[in-house]
Design a protein around this ligand. Structure first.
Ligand SMILES: [Zn+2]
Length: 53
């Protein structure tokens, strides 16, 4: 489970790992931040995926 908080209405909610909550279930805004849980795989949280050799 991951816990998210909506930046717009401060609503906190939890979703399963495989679900990507792009929207707040309360106000349907897309501004949500991750509070707890493993970070989402991919390039959503910054572009630090460059390789160093
Ligand atoms: Zn909200």
């Amino acid at each position: 489970m991951r816990r998210y908080r909506c930046i717009m209405c401060d609503h906190k909610f939890e979703v399963e790992d495989k679900v990507k909550p792009y929207k707040c279930p309360k106000c349907m805004e897309r501004f949500v931040e991750l509070l707890e849980g493993p970070p989402v795989k991919g390039k959503q949280w910054g572009s630090k995926s460059f390789s160093v050799k």
